[in-house]
Write a new protein. Structure first.
Ligand code: CUA
Length: 377
């Protein structure tokens, strides 16, 4: 029996033979494989598309409302100083580079050896030139060093006598917890500040090393476990700014975004008042049902909701979750569908997230949970 499938017309190839049985076998395998592929991939997709549960994943909100290169668009005196230092060193460097390139080009064209020209006069050292090219760069680098040291010292010194607003910024894998000591406010992935107020961020970590950064606010600073790192800043412009973790901290490092909202003093006071209210208890219908689902499930071991028995402290506080810009530190939109799909399987949004999938819950329970959480404004 021969197993050659090669065409007999190929010169020098294997001899022609009765390839009938083998071609039949290959054909059958192709058909079976094709059908299996259709059943395995296309059929569940079609079934999924035809059913309304679970809903498709929702598009996460655009997280970066700031300019593409935010560090050169400062909105605080501290960031302005960093930005000015950058421009000063950049301009000095540009002038030096222009001088060196121009001087080099002139020398290349003017003093290149011509064919047949005699050797140029041999010069051994020139004290004046050597002194100049040692002292001028030394002066330039000393200036850049001085400007940088001044900026570093200045941005790390809180303004004398100014009243400071303390905010704890605590990095977790993978979200940010914000606490306002003395104010009873605890949020996640969203920090609110009053305009023209000096803020003292206490940057900490609950697990690994993260890095806290809002490009228009201040420099980056590491969030180290067991350490309280200080960042002082005064935002001078009302607006919404983007922040994120800037130190690789595990699989979902990229999903550690947060939003900085700078408001008027009155707007900030109103926000604090709203945040310190316990969660509303007046839900009806599906949301009221969702409240009972929340309280009888394991949600309460990780999440806290003020005004309910839920007091977990390892995951974001959900007392006002319905009022936030996103969930999952920017991974999913804060909408009913966003919450439903997140609860169904958070890993679909954020691969590796600590929260387990709740796809085992009945559809009604998940819809109830989403309605309840969304009602927590
Ligand atoms: Cu936290 Cu990167």
């Amino acid at each position: 029996m021969r197993f050659w499938l090669t065409s007999p017309r190929v010169k020098g190839g294997p001899p022609a033979g009765p390839h009938g049985p083998c071609l039949h076998l290959a054909g059958i395998l192709c058909v079976v494989g094709g059908l299996a592929t259709i059943i395995l991939f296309a059929f569940p997709q079609a079934v999924h598309a035809a059913s309304s549960w679970p809903p498709p994943l929702q598009t996460a909100p655009i997280w970066n409302p700031g300019p593409a290169w935010a560090p050169v668009d400062p909105k605080s005196p501290e960031m302005s100083l960093i930005s000015n230092t950058f421009w000063a060193v950049f301009i000095i460097s540009a002038v030096v580079m222009a001088f060196v390139v121009t001087f080099m080009a002139i020398n290349i064209f003017r003093f290149s050896a011509k064919p047949g020209a005699p050797d140029p006069p041999q010069v051994f050292g020139n004290r004046r030139v050597e002194l100049a090219w040692t002292l001028i760069p030394t002066a330039i680098l000393t200036l850049a060093f001085g400007v940088t040291v001044y900026a570093i010292h200045d941005i790390n010194t809180p303004p004398h006598g100014a009243a400071l607003l303390d905010v704890d910024a605590i990095g977790h894998q993978w979200w940010w917890e914000f606490q306002y000591p003395g104010k009873g406010v605890e949020t996640a992935n969203e920090v609110h500040l009053p305009v023209n107020t000096v803020v003292h961020f206490h940057v900490k970590s609950a697990d690994v090393i993260h890095s806290f950064w809002v490009p228009q606010l201040q420099r980056q600073i590491d969030a180290n476990p067991g350490q309280d790192n200080a960042v002082y800043a005064k935002m001078t412009r009302i607006g919404v700014y983007s922040g994120a973790c800037y130190e690789y901290c595990g699989a979902d490092h990229a999903w550690m975004k947060f939003r900085l909202v700078v408001d008027t003093a009155a707007g900030f006071a109103a926000w604090v008042k709203q945040q310190t209210r316990p969660a509303v208890k007046t839900q009806t219908g599906l949301a009221a049902y969702g409240r009972t689902v929340f309280l009888r499930n394991t949600c309460v071991s990780c999440h806290a909701i003020t005004g309910t028995p839920a007091g977990g402290a390892v995951a974001p506080n959900l007392t006002h979750v319905g009022s936030r810009w996103a969930i999952g530190a920017g991974a999913a939109p804060d909408t009913i569908l966003g919450l439903e799909t997140w609860i169904y399987n958070p890993n679909d949004y954020k691969d590796g997230v600590s929260m387990p999938s709740f796809s085992v819950l009945p559809e009604k329970d998940i819809k109830g949970l989403a309605a309840y959480l969304y009602s927590l404004k």
